[in-house]
Design a protein around this ligand. Structure first.
Ligand SMILES: *Cc1c(COP(=O)(O)O)cnc(C)c1O
Length: 437
């Protein structure tokens, strides 16, 4: 056997000796845009009172206008993070403490925390084994008389089965929020993910396709919900007094305002979104071409009426076919120099907060209080598809972590093929789960 083909984990040469360049979407346009705001001296023009400055300064408004045009929605409301956007979106709904909102466990923790913040109860439904987004059947199974909304997440960059979720919502009188943090630019029936539900939105944090350092944008076509989001963003309880607002439930205002510098950077970033998504898509499709014939490896699924924006590259290993555990394959691939690869994504119902039902104070509020109208289970076993991915089959990495030139993609493909060719030689290491960095 040549030393080149000897597995790195057994002392051979790495298939990928070089480090990939980090993904960096920020360029001279953003530098100029930020500098111009700094020179103007107006770094934020928001005031938490009724009046024009309730809606922020010129760059905030220009960015929101550009977002609403790009995504073809009536309202785009900037916020200082998408976590803030999720909190404002849940608050904008007409929900009471103790109401239930169905959410996926295969997501970033904030999708569910935004529910709990309002003392509503997150109920976890299982995911679809192909898209890793909410499984509509499991959602329907989890509906109770207390359910008020569905928090759907377009996870990894693939749109959720939004048509089915909207149909369920309509049948049961529920609202739907789309957490599209990871899927800006992904489409369903030629419409942008995030724009097909009551409320949706995007993250602008440093790790996402486009970013402003921290930031986010809520999108909606519902003017009443938009107004409520704007009030929660900016000291709504005070503004409600100024403007004589009648519907004041949940108008507990935060300061979720995005600054002028971030907004100016956001305007420049948005112009590049198409290009960045196209680059991720091209790299992912090339990777899929290169990996599709490896036995026991499933590459990302794309539904026929959807496009994927590839924030993550979600794969599955079938250990029955490979004869080697997912964890041991992962170790061998990491040894070959495959960057950012992880075996663990999320099962947020298994976080200590849910397992111990300790959130507000020590007595178990809201679950163990009168506002919670039934016992909700977060036990291991409630989401078998998501749990099995985590325990046994999931393998993936972030496409928005590195530049992915054709040469880099080809090097990744070579590394996978090398490990697959030598699968029978892999030491059975009984590896630990490793979180994708
Ligand atoms: C990034 C992310 C968030 C949170 O966005 P922030 O802007 O960091 O607050 C929420 N949900 C998902 C699925 C995410 O990926």
């Amino acid at each position: 056997m040549s030393t080149v083909d000897k597995l790195a984990i057994l002392g051979g040469e790495k298939a990928i000796p070089q480090q990939f360049a980090l993904y960096n979407p920020i360029g001279s346009e953003e530098v100029a845009a930020a500098a111009a705001v700094v020179e103007s001296g107006v770094l934020s023009q928001f005031i938490g009172r009724g009046g024009t400055d309730f809606l922020g300064g010129p760059k905030v408004r220009e960015f929101e206008q550009a977002m609403s045009e790009y995504f073809d929605v009536e309202h785009a409301i900037s916020v200082n993070s998408w976590t803030s956007g999720l909190i404002a979106s849940v608050g904008a709904l007409d929900i009471e403490p103790g109401d239930e909102i169905i959410v996926t466990p295969w997501t970033m923790c904030a999708s569910a925390t935004a529910i709990l913040i309002w003392n509503a109860i997150p109920v976890f439904a299982d995911i679809d084994p192909q898209t890793f987004c909410l499984d509509p059947k499991s959602v329907e199974d989890n509906i109770t008389p207390h359910t008020r909304a569905i928090m759907s997440v377009d996870i990894g960059g693939h749109p959720a089965n939004t048509d089915a979720l909207n149909a369920i919502a309509k049948k049961h009188g529920l609202k739907v929020i789309s957490d599209t943090a990871q899927a800006p630019g992904a489409t369903l029936r030629d419409k942008f993910a995030g724009t097909l539900t009551d409320l949706g939105g995007y993250s602008l944090n440093y790790h996402k396709h486009i970013h402003t350092g921290e930031g986010g944008v809520v999108v909606t076509n519902d003017s009443n919900l938009a107004e409520r989001v704007r009030l929660i963003r900016n000291h709504g309880e005070h503004v409600a007094h100024d403007i004589g607002l009648s519907q004041i439930n949940n108008i507990i205002g935060f300061n979720f305002r995005l600054g002028e510098i971030e907004s100016a950077i956001g305007i420049a970033q948005l112009k590049k979104l198409d290009k960045f998504v196209a680059t991720r898509r091209r790299a992912a499709e090339r990777l899929t071409q290169g990996l599709k014939d490896l036995a026991g490896l499933e590459t990302p699924f794309v539904a026929p009426d959807c496009t994927h924006s590839y924030y993550m590259y979600f794969m599955k290993v079938d250990p029955e076919i490979t004869g080697v555990s997912r964890n041991d394959i992962h170790k061998a691939l990491v040894a070959e120099g495959v960057p950012g690869l992880g075996t663990s994504y999320a099962n947020i119902h298994l976080l200590p907060m849910y397992q111990q039902k300790i959130a507000y104070g020590k007595a178990g509020f809201p679950w163990k209080s009168d506002i919670c109208r039934r016992e909700v289970s977060y036990a291991k076993g409630i989401c078998p598809v998501a749990e099995d991915l985590q325990d046994r089959t999931y393998l993936g990495f972030q496409m928005c972590m590195h530049e992915m030139t054709d040469a880099e993609v080809d090097a990744m493909v070579q590394a996978f093929h090398k490990v697959w060719r030598n699968m029978h030689l892999l030491p059975q290491l009984d590896g630990q789960n490793v979180k994708a960095s």
